[in-house]
Structure formats: structure tokens, C-alpha cells
Design a binder for this molecule. Structure first.
Ligand code: ADP
Length: 451
């Protein structure tokens, strides 16, 4: 596992160079490996030589020689990493020519005929990696060096040998140069096209994978929504039936009381029927409100949250006064980003509930404060009312969930709050130490710029 990461890191490092051309990039990676290999071999052989060195060979010579070889290999690596592809290749070719020429001149052409392979490699590199001019120049220079020997030799036997070596070299490398000149370009273009296509395919695969992930997540979302809708339909039909059953029941009683002519009971029947109708009206208008969220979203704007909370307090003022409740709002409130009307409804619902569920508290106090971090703004609406047992902390956010069935209200308020907060990308929950301990409703809103 670790080995793989090291390998992939090395691969990334090899390719992490400012070279646009895809073929050059790949060749650069290969050249770097070869050159780094050479550098490692140089270092190892220097260390080994340091141990094996005989006393008559001066140490300074070894160090200088090794340093020169080290420099010869590291210079093109540094240039390659800076993105100077052509210059690096030209330096490598020049190093081949100089080193091979030096070794031939030190000995003779016949003895060192093998090392002419490096001239061939130089011609190959020039033709495939640099261009026509470099190919032509490298061929001419190497041919010139090789031809120098027969022209300069006086011994006829040696001269003949040199002519054979030089002739061979020029013939074979000349043919190779012609071949590279005609087919090298085509080869390069084909390579370029195939690498380009490979990159295109990779991008396409990545694009398709992303699209597939999106479809999967949408599918999941859809399934959740269908399940929620099923639950919703069931709860709605169940809860709407209750007032209808009441109305039907009292209509029967009304009929009977009319026949028996009992005005005192008739009055009560009418009141119960009107009460059930009011209840149904409240349920329907809350449901309508709930269904709007998610469908109708007012454009998000920057909102001064202190102003927003003050507006919400004004709207529930009558209930606050009826219970003599005090609301303390932290003075430094942030600017938030969202649907102003919906967020005001959130505060209205939470403040209204805080007062509604005060119980017999003689000094009802509601504290509203805020905490902020990099990603979220957290609002807390705290009351000193009846509190909520832990087992109901999630349940109360469900549709029509009321802990006290006789209490006023439809049981939709917190479902509404949850939906509004979630459409804003936030989260809502309640904290309470249990009955009689008060409740704190908390919700988050992402800071502006995040979805
Ligand atoms: P309702 O219209 O009945 O108030 P909500 O969805 O707003 O509906 O609340 C659901 C239930 O959660 C309420 O019936 C009540 O039992 C409980 N509840 C809500 N807010 C508070 C609070 N601040 N303190 C104690 N109980 C609360």
C-alpha cells in the first residue's frame, strides 16, 4: 500500500513539469528516469571507488571526475524539470558526441567502433525529439568526426580499416536519418493523436462517472421524497378525518336535539361543529404553507438577523404580552443569507412555541443568541418552559406530532421549521434536560456563498 503511494508519487513528480506537448511530456518522464538512474550509478560507483581506491591514485582526481559526471547528468534533469525540453535533449546529444569523440581520439577508431552506437543514439534523439535541423546537424557532425580518422591516417592498412568503419557508420546512419526524416514526423503525429484521444477518453470517463454519481444521488433523494410523501399522505388523511368525524357526529346530535327541541344542547352542537370546522381550516392552511416550502422559494438575500428577529417578535407580540414573557436578544447579530419571509416564520414559530409551552412559569424568559464558525451560523432560542423529554426530541419535528393532544395548535409548526431550515442547507434540533427544565431550539444556516 505504502509502496504504491510512493510509486504513484514518483510518477506524479515525473510528470509534474511545465511541458504542454503530450509526447514530449512522456519522453521527458522517460529521460528523467534514465538520467536519475545514471546519477545514482555515479554516486554508488564513487562511494565504492572511495573504498577500493589504490594509494597511488589521487583522491582529488576521483572526486573531480565523479563530480563532473554527476554534473553532466544532473544538468539536463534540472533543465527538463524547468520545462526546457529541446535544450536538455541537445545537451544530452552534445554530451554523447563529446564523450565518444574524446574516447576515440584517446585510442583509435577501430578499437572504439562500439562506442559509435552513442552517435547513433544522438542522431535518433535529434530526429525524433528535436527536429529536422538537429537531425541533419547531428548526422553531419558525427559523420565529420568519423571521417576525420581515415583522412588523417598515413598507415594504409589502418586507413583501410578506418574507411570500413566510417563507411559503415555513414551508410547505416544516413539511411536511418532518411527514415527518421520521413517517418519520424508521421510517428510523432500519430503518437500525439493517440495520446490526445486517450486524454479525451479519460476526461469523458470522468465526466460520465460524475453524471452517474449525480443520477444515483438524485435517485436516492427521489426515493426519500416518495417515502416522505407516502407518510405525509397517510398522516394528512388521518388527521383531517378527525374534525370531520366530530362534525358528522355533532350533526347527528344536532338533528336529534332539534327533533327533541332542546335549545341549550343545540347551541353546544353548533359550537362543537364550528370548532371542528375551525380546526380543519387551521390544519388546511398550515398544510398549504408546508406544501409551499420547497415549491415557492423567495430569492435569497442578505438579511440583518437582528431586524428579522425583531419583526418576528412583533408578529407574536399579543401572545408574549398575554404571558408577560420577556425576550432577550443578543445585540451583535450577523447578516445571514436566505429567504427572508421563511426565516422570519422560523423565528415566529420558535418564539410562539416557547411562550405557548411555558406551563405555569411565573417569569417566562426567552433568550435568543448566536454562534458563528467558518461554515455555519448557529441560532439558539432558549426558554424556561415545560421542557421536553429526551425520547421526544426527534419526534416533535414530525408532521402533526403534539406531545399534548389537548393543547392548541396543529402539530405542523416544527415540521415547517425543519423543512425551511433544510431547504436553506441547515439543520435543526432541540436540547432539553427533560420536563420542567426548559428547552433550547437550535438551528444552523450556512454562511453566505455555500449551498
Ligand atoms: P404545535 O402547532 O402543536 O405547536 P409544533 O410542531 O410547533 O406544533 O410543536 C410540536 C410539539 O412539540 C408541540 O405540540 C409541543 O408538545 C412540543 N413543543 C414545541 N415547542 C416546545 C417548547 N418550546 N417547549 C416544550 N414543548 C414544545
Amino acid at each position: 500500500m505504502k509502496k504504491q503511494t510512493l510509486l504513484s508519487r514518483f510518477r506524479t513528480w515525473l510528470n509534474d513539469i511545465p511541458i504542454e506537448d503530450p509526447v514530449n511530456r512522456q519522453v521527458t518522464a522517460l529521460l528523467q528516469i534514465i538520467l536519475i538512474g545514471m546519477v545514482i550509478i555515479t554516486i554508488v560507483s564513487t562511494v565504492v571507488n572511495l573504498f577500493l581506491i589504490s594509494s597511488d591514485f589521487p583522491l582529488s582526481d576521483l572526486v573531480i571526475q565523479s563530480f563532473l559526471v554527476f554534473l553532466i547528468f544532473t544538468t539536463p534533469v534540472i533543465l527538463l524539470r524547468r520545462g526546457y525540453f529541446r535544450i536538455s535533449v541537445l545537451i544530452i546529444i552534445a554530451v554523447f558526441i563529446v564523450l565518444v569523440s574524446a574516447s576515440i581520439f584517446e585510442s583509435n577508431l577501430r578499437a572504439k567502433a562500439d562506442s559509435l552506437t552513442f552517435f547513433t543514439i544522438g542522431i535518433l534523439l535529434a530526429g525524433l525529439l528535436v527536429g529536422r535541423t538537429a537531425l541533419f546537424a547531428t548526422f553531419m557532425i558525427t559523420a565529420g568526426i568519423v571521417l576525420f580518422f581515415p583522412f588523417n591516417e598515413t598507415d594504409p592498412a589502418l586507413r583501410l580499416d578506418y574507411i570500413a568503419v566510417a563507411g559503415n557508420f555513414i551508410l547505416l546512419n544516413g539511411l536511418m536519418a532518411i527514415f527518421i526524416n520521413s517517418f519520424g514526423i508521421a510517428l510523432r503525429n500519430a503518437l500525439n493523436a493517440s495520446l490526445h484521444r486517450e486524454n479525451e477518453l479519460k476526461a469523458e470517463i470522468a465526466h460520465r462517472k460524475k453524471a452517474e454519481e449525480k443520477v444515483n444521488s438524485l435517485n436516492e433523494q427521489l426515493q426519500k421524497q416518495v417515502a416522505e410523501l407516502e407518510r405525509f399522505t397517510y398522516t394528512v388523511s388521518h388527521d383531517l378525518r378527525n374534525p370531520l368525524v366530530t362534525i358528522k357526529g355533532f350533526l347527528g346530535m344536532l338533528n336529534r336535539d332539534l327533533q327533541e327541541n332542546r335549545p341549550d344542547k343545540i347551541q353546544n352542537d353548533f359550537q362543537r361543529i364550528a370548532g371542528a370546522a375551525d380546526k380543519m381550516d387551521a390544519l388546511l392552511s398550515d398544510l398549504l404553507e408546508l406544501s409551499r416550502i420547497g415549491r415557492i422559494i423567495n430569492p435569497p438575500i442578505e438579511i440583518d438577523s437582528l431586524q428579522l428577529i425583531e419583526d418576528a417578535i412583533d408578529n407574536v407580540d399579543a401572545r408574549l404580552r398575554s404571558k408577560n414573557a420577556i425576550v432577550n436578544v443578543e445585540p451583535n447579530m450577523p447578516v445571514i443569507y436566505g429567504d427572508r419571509i421563511r426565516l422570519r416564520e422560523v423565528f415566529e414559530n420558535l418564539i410562539d412555541n416557547a411562550v405557548k409551552y411555558m406551563g405555569d412559569q411565573s417569569l417566562p424568559v426567552i433568550d435568543i443568541n448566536v454562534r458563528e464558525n467558518d461554515n455555519n451560523i448557529l441560532f439558539r432560542v432558549k426558554d424556561n418552559g415545560i421542557g421536553i423529554e429526551e425520547s421526544y426530541h426527534n419526534k416533535i419535528f414530525g408532521l402533526f406530532e403534539k406531545l399534548d393532544p389537548t393543547a392548541e395548535g396543529t402539530g405542523i409548526g416544527l415540521a415547517l421549521v425543519k423543512r425551511i431550515i433544510e431547504t436553506h442547507g441547515g439543520r435543526v434540533w432541540v436540547e432539553s434536560d427533560g420536563l420542567g427544565q426548559g428547552s433550547t431550539f437550535c438551528f444552523t444556516i450556512p454562511t453566505k456563498g455555500r449551498d
